[in-house]
Each structure stands twice: as structure tokens, then as C-alpha cells.
Ligand binder design. Structure first.
Ligand SMILES: *[C@@H]1O[C@H](CO)[C@@H](O)[C@H](O)[C@H]1NC(C)=O
Ligand SMILES: *[C@@H]1O[C@H](CO)[C@@H](O)[C@H](O)[C@H]1NC(C)=O
Ligand SMILES: [Zn+2]
Length: 434
């Protein structure tokens, strides 16, 4: 098939952005006591703070963006609680200017070979381009007996369709178990959808006829939904680069958006790492599962969860491979299975370019947060191997990871994923299969 899909693509252009971040700093803050951490969280709305990273454990620092208008008052408060403060990024706008994709012209693809769709993997694409890509993959003739099927999970608050690709290799075992992967739940984490698309390419085409990939596909069908919060993503691309939530128009407070990763209906609790305030970046929503983007995933996993061995939700940044629970520091009874499989992933990631990923449970490694999709996938839908992945980096660029780093970030994670799936499968069914 001749795939001239490249012509249709429209890039996300940072030149559209209206929100600027001149003089905004990202501070690294090390608080002295847990109660001080809570105090800082409570300053979010007063000083319009944007939490880039919350502490992983009691002695860990947090990273916070603050505008020049609020800097001085915020620093005074930090001084009063005797927190250690250092400046991590002097001027957020500078990184935007230096490292965002400018109006790069879409590559007009050569005719796609049977080992590639011809899609450029090193570009951040718009929502509509991603939809076109998914449609094209589903229509393409794939090598290796692969079939790609397009499925609709639902629509977003603003009415955008949310789609998923199912990848399955014919001629291998019937009724294979399945793996679910989603991306883009947090709008500003652009490397997430880009990584899920990279994974679709590698699984659909297996361009080097790699034996490990073939083994994975003989064992599992893989379902991938690269962009489950399209409204937030479009808003991040057009107006407000650092947008996190969806785009619900909240009735109270004149503020937009719910943090979808605080909204899932399993042990939902705004008090635990979320917020009851519609203006907070961590707003958990009015009720558990209130958001259409959340319901899209919940409905699918409730109906089909028993077919799935694994659920992975892809975020950035921080380089972590995390498993439940997020709502409590207690561990699931099978936590050592989840830990061991994640370690295989971590080791394969490190083998590529030496990047170090931290493996652990969300609460113990990060901070308690209820209403996350991984807790729901495990506790609500019964999917054993449920994870939150935080891709690169560790804060140098943060959410504004340059497009030149998409491929190494995605490749190392894909290597990790393949190794993880092998360990998981062997643990569940033995190396020869079920
Ligand atoms: C494709 O499927 C056919 C029929 O099941 C099988 O004979 C063939 O070996 C498969 N090819 C690959 C590349 O898996
Ligand atoms: C096969 O693919 C996996 C996953 O991407 C990778 O880790 C491994 O190095 C590849 N093997 C070869 C021989 O290229
Ligand atoms: Zn995230």
C-alpha cells in the first residue's frame, strides 16, 4: 500500500502558544518535615504554583514552577519553614525557545516499505495527525501476519474521539492474553504519546525481524491507546504548554480541568495527593470517575480486564517504573511479582544508554495519590501487572523534552517493555508457554 499520510500531518507548533513563561523559575525545595510539605501543597493556588515533581519519599525534594510575580512571597514562606531552596531552571521560557519543535515541515514520506509506515518517529504530532496515523496503520498491509484493528474507546469532554489500536499476530496461539498500554493522560507529557506510537511501529512492523519481538507477539496481543486526553493535549499544543488536566469547564470557581490521574474510581480520595479545588492542577474531580476520558478507560477495562495480564500507563518525567498502590503505602500481596518483572524492564533500559530507572511502589517511591489509573487497573479491573511509567528525563528539560530525545527515550523503554513482558509471561505460564 502506498501511504502518503505524511502530507496530511499538521505539526504541533510552539509558535501558536500564547501563554509565555518568561522569568518563571523551577525551584528545587527540600522541606524539613511532612507538615511543611503539606503547607507547600496548600500554597498552590495562592502563588499559582505548578508542581513538576513531588517528593518520592520523606527525605526527597520537590520541584516547583513559580512565576516572577509570586516568587518573592513564596520564597519568604519557604524561609519561614526553613526549607532548602535551589534554582533548577532559571527561566522556563528559555528552554521552550531553545528546545521546542518550531514549525518543522512534515517529512513527505517516501512510499512506506513493508517494514515501516513511513511515519517520522522523532516529531511531536497533533491530535488529528495521531488519529490519521492510527487509521493508516489499521488500513496498512503489515508484515509477519500482523493485523492492526482500530477501536474507539469513547469521546473526550470536548467531543474528540479516543482511539486504540489492537495488534495481533495471526497464526500464533488462539485466545492469547493481552496487554493494555495508554499514553497522554497528562496533557503536557508529550513524550508519552510519541513513545506509544513508537511502540506501535515496532510491534506492527518489527523492522529487524527481531526474535524477542516475535516471541512477545506469539504470546500476547497488545492494545495501545496513545492519546487518551486529547483535549488537554491540544490545549497544551496551542495555548498553554504546561497544561496537565483535561478541559472540563468546572461549574464552581471558573477553572478548567480535572486531573484524570486522580479521578479513577478505586479508593478515590481527593485528600490523598489530589485536591477538592477545581483550580488546582491536582483536582480529583467532583465524583469518582466523573470525567469522560476516565470513563473511556474504566468501561473498557471493566468489560475486558479479565483478558489482560498487564496495564501500563505512560507518563513523563522522572525515570520510574512504579506499581500500586498509590492510595496507600501498603503493598499488594503479589508485589514481589510486579517488582521482579519491572526490574527486568529497568535492566533492559539501562543496557541501551545507561539510563537509570527507579523501580518501586507508587506511594513508597513517589507520594501517596489516590484515584490513579494503575490502582484502578489492578484493584478495580483485576489486572495483575499494573504500572505507571515515568519516562525521561530527570528534570533538565522536564516536560519540554526536545524532540531529538524522543527516539532514544522510546527505544529504551520499548526494550524494557519487551524484557518485562518476557519475565511476566515466564512467571505466569513458564517459558514454553501455556
Ligand atoms: C503466517 O501464518 C501462516 C499460516 O498460519 C504461517 O504458515 C506462516 O508461517 C506465518 N508467517 C509468519 C511470518 O509468522
Ligand atoms: C530485539 O528487540 C529487543 C526489544 O527492542 C531489544 O532489546 C534487543 O536488543 C533486540 N535484539 C537484537 C538482536 O537486536
Ligand atoms: Zn503524568
Amino acid at each position: 500500500m502506498f501511504v502518503h499520510i505524511g502530507i496530511l500531518f499538521v505539526l504541533l507548533q510552539s509558535s501558536y502558544c500564547v501563554e509565555r513563561y518568561d522569568g518563571h523559575k523551577v525551584l528545587e525545595i527540600l522541606h524539613k518535615a511532612e507538615s511543611d510539605f503539606i503547607k507547600i501543597l496548600e500554597m498552590e493556588l495562592k502563588y499559582k504554583l505548578d508542581f513538576w515533581k513531588l517528593p518520592k519519599h520523606v527525605d526527597d525534594s520537590m520541584k516547583v514552577r513559580v512565576s516572577p510575580e509570586h516568587l518573592e512571597d513564596f520564597l519568604h514562606e519557604l524561609e519561614a519553614i526553613n526549607a532548602d531552596v535551589s534554582t533548577m531552571i532559571e527561566n522556563v521560557q528559555d528552554i521552550m525557545d531553545e528546545h521546542q519543535v518550531q514549525s518543522e515541515v512534515p517529512v513527505l514520506h517516501r512510499r512506506a516499505s513493508s517494514y515501516s509506515s513511513g511515519w517520522s518517529l522523532n516529531v511531536y504530532y497533533s491530535y488529528s495527525s495521531i488519529l490519521n496515523y492510527l487509521t493508516a496503520i489499521a488500513a496498512a498491509t503489515l508484515p509477519n501476519n500482523m493485523t492492526a484493528t482500530l477501536e474507539t474507546l469513547g469521546t473526550s469532554y470536548e467531543g474528540r474521539v479516543v482511539r486504540m489500536i489492537k495488534l495481533s499476530k495471526a497464526g500464533s496461539a488462539a485466545n492469547k492474553r493481552k496487554i493494555f498500554i495508554d499514553g497522554g493522560i497528562h496533557a503536557r507529557e508529550w513524550v508519552s504519546p510519541a513513545t506509544v506510537i513508537y511502540m506501535i511501529e515496532m510491534l506492527a512492523y518489527n523492522p529487524n525481524n527481531n526474535a524477542s519481538i516475535n516471541t512477545l507477539l506469539n504470546r500476547y496481543d497488545v492494545y495501545l491507546a496513545p492519546l487518551i486526553n486529547p483535549d488537554g493535549y491540544q490545549y497544551s499544543g496551542s495555548s498553554y504548554r504546561l497544561w496537565r488536566k483535561n478541559r472540563r469547564n468546572n461549574p464552581q470557581g471558573n477553572c478548567y480541568g480535572v486531573d484524570l490521574n486522580r479521578n479513577f474510581p478505586f479508593q478515590w480520595d481527593p485528600i490523598i495527593g489530589g485536591s477538592n479545588s477545581p483550580c488546582s492542577d491536582l483536582f480529583s474531580g467532583a465524583t469518582p470517575g466523573s470525567e469522560p476520558e476516565t470513563a473511556n478507560i474504566v468501561n473498557y477495562l471493566m468489560a475486558n480486564g479479565d483478558l489482560f495480564d498487564a496495564y501500563l500507563t505512560i507518563h513523563s518525567y522522572g525515570q520510574m517504573w512504579l506499581y500500586p498502590w498509590g492510595y496507600t503505602s501498603a503493598l499488594p500481596s503479589d508485589h514481589s511479582d510486579l517488582h521482579n518483572a519491572a526490574l527486568s524492564g529497568k535492566n533492559a533500559i539501562a543496557a541501551y544508554q545507561g539510563m537509570s530507572y527507579l523501580v518501586g511502589s507508587s506511594t513508597n517511591e513517589l507520594y501517596a495519590a489516590a484515584g490513579g489509573s494503575d490502582d484502578f487497573a489492578k484493584g478495580g479491573a483485576g489486572i495483575k501487572y499494573s504500572y505507571t511509567i515515568e519516562l525521561r528525563d530527570q528534570g533538565d528539560y522536564g516536560f519540554q523534552l526536545p524532540a531529538t530525545l524522543i527516539i532514544p527515550t522510546a527505544k529504551e523503554f520499548f526494550d524494557g517493555f519487551v524484557a518485562f513482558a518476557d519475565t511476566m509471561y515466564t512467571h505466569l505460564y513458564g517459558s514454553s508457554g501455556k
